[in-house]
Ligand binder design. Structure first.
Ligand code: ZN
Length: 101
């Protein structure tokens, strides 16, 4: 994993897929814009394709994956990140509108 040179809040990792929509995911970012760190098991991820939360899992060999959250994890993520999720949904809507024009 490596930090994105042009944006230190973003950490690049191997390509994995969103468990909700299968969009490829190859990076993690800190929501506050501070320098990012490698994802750890239990960290939440928000998909830039569907805005659904997922949960990182990192095994002892450093292999990374995303899994669907449990109902409790999903509720926790939605409650903690409501503002970010609304911004992400607005961003996704703009991107989809731009693709149609
Ligand atoms: Zn997705």
């Amino acid at each position: 994993m490596r930090r994105e040179p042009t944006d230190p809040s973003v950490v690049r990792h191997g390509r994995i897929c969103c468990p909700a929509c299968a969009k490829p995911v190859d990076s993690a970012g800190s929501p506050d814009g501070k320098p990012g760190r490698a994802p750890r098991s239990g960290d939440f991820s928000l998909c830039f394709g569907c805005a659904e939360p997922a949960v990182y899992e990192v095994d002892a060999l450093g292999r990374i994956a995303l899994r669907a959250p449990t109902p409790d994890e999903r509720a926790e993520c939605l409650a903690k990140n409501a503002g970010e999720i609304e911004k992400l949904k607005a961003f996704i809507a703009v991107c989809r509108r731009d693709l149609k024009t």
